[in-house]
Design a protein around this ligand. Structure first.
Ligand code: FES
Ligand SMILES: [Fe+2]
Length: 381
């Protein structure tokens, strides 16, 4: 059994290997299918070492490309989103590509490239997959989306975002002083819920709380005394009973999970009245960004950012630098998590650090063991 060593959290060489072995060889969340309604609508993003582009074609399908010009490799599209129009034109020498990726033409083609076969100079493809209205992209044109998503594809799912009565209510980014894996480990840690979060989530304790492993992914839910599955801890169900008067239409089935972790870096937190989609972006060994999109029922939708400690109103970046009170007094469990992750990071940077033990059981720290196993395998350790 391999548990990750200290180097995994502190060494730049490790982070570089993760970039090429994990993030360059994984499915990344791009956008919702409904975010790209028109022909030419695109998203550009980095997946590990690969700049990629996902784009809506005229026939309604999605195409994925390497976002680099076939001439001498300039980034074709810059900026994360927009509409590309009817063609992609490289700003360097104006090679022009159709939306279907074919090279349409290049300036001075007959004199400068007399022997060039245009049909061989199309954009290199990337793979695109759609699940529950969410678009994912992978740098490898042969990547198998079905086998990646299959382990959770037949599990109960909280909301169909394309058809639900949920409204997107906020979008923000946590800038955190911790390794991205420290935040993942916290998110799948069933042991801390009743302790770190005593005043917010208030549980569940490891025996009332289940993580299940589905391929490389995991799904969490809570159990009540009657053995009924819930997507929320009991304390939250009780405290917010009035505010969250009734579940939104799309979530009458309480059997769905409360947290879905899609390896390596995607976290989905669902309740009967909300849906949060987060993904981690490593910045350095000790810094990561957590991008969050959030949907809530119309009755519950509000701009919640002003309730988030660390939000200063100037940008959508949340940082512990802006906290005005102690994190454990904020009443916000996410703030408690960021606080403990940053503190965990500072401790595990010590040369004296090693994992002493992991609490056994799927309601405790077993999921961290699974995460380390999956990561170690992907890193060929
Ligand atoms: S690098 Fe794109 S046209 Fe030359
Ligand atoms: Fe937590």
């Amino acid at each position: 059994m391999i548990l990750l060593p200290r180097e995994a959290y502190v060494e730049m060489s490790w982070q570089k290997r993760e970039k090429s072995k994990i993030f360059s060889d994984s499915w990344s969340f791009v956008a919702l299918d409904s975010d790209l309604p028109e022909e030419g609508d695109f998203r550009a993003l980095m997946c590990g070492d690969y700049p990629l582009l996902v784009l809506r074609l005229a026939d309604g399908s999605l195409a994925g490309y390497q976002n680099i010009c076939r001439h001498r490799g300039t980034l074709l599209v810059e900026g994360g989103k927009g509409n590309i129009g009817k063609a992609m034109i490289c700003p360097y020498h104006r090679w022009t590509y159709s939306l279907n990726g074919q090279l349409r033409g290049a300036p001075n083609m007959s004199s400068c490239f007399p022997d060039m076969d245009r049909s061989k100079m199309g954009l290199k493809p990337a793979s695109v997959g759609v699940f529950q209205d969410m678009i994912f992209v992978h740098p490898d044109p042969q990547a198998d989306f079905e086998s990646w998503i299959a382990p959770i594809a037949d599990k109960a799912w909280p909301h169909d975002l394309s058809a639900s009565d949920l409204r997107e209510s906020k979008s923000l980014t946590y800038d955190m002083k911790c390794n991205w894996k420290v935040f993942v480990e916290n998110a799948i840690d069933g042991y801390h819920l009743a302790y770190l979060h005593e005043n917010t989530l208030g549980g569940p304790t490891p025996d009332e709380n289940i993580w299940k492993r589905h391929g490389d992914h995991m799904i969490w839910y809570a159990m009540d005394e009657e053995g009924v599955r819930h997507s929320l801890p009991a304390k939250i169900r009780k405290e917010f009973a009035d505010w969250w008067s009734k579940p939104v239409k799309s979530a009458e089935n309480i059997e769905f999970g409360g947290v879905y972790f899609l390896f390596p870096n995607i976290l989905i937190t669902a309740t009967p009245y909300s849906f949060s989609l987060s993904w981690l972006e490593p910045v350095s060994t000790s810094r990561s960004l957590l991008h969050v999109r959030h949907w809530a029922g119309t009755e519950q939708a509000r701009d919640e950012r002003k309730f988030i400690p660390g939000y200063n109103g100037d940008s959508d970046i949340i940082s512990s630098d802006n906290w005005k009170q102690h994190p454990l007094e904020t009443g916000d469990f996410q703030t408690e998590d960021v606080w403990i992750c940053e503190r965990n990071q500072r401790g595990l940077e010590s040369p004296a650090f090693e994992i002493g033990a992991l609490a056994e059981g799927p309601g405790a720290e077993e999921p961290i063991r699974w995460f380390h196993e999956t990561l170690a395998e992907a890193m060929s350790l």
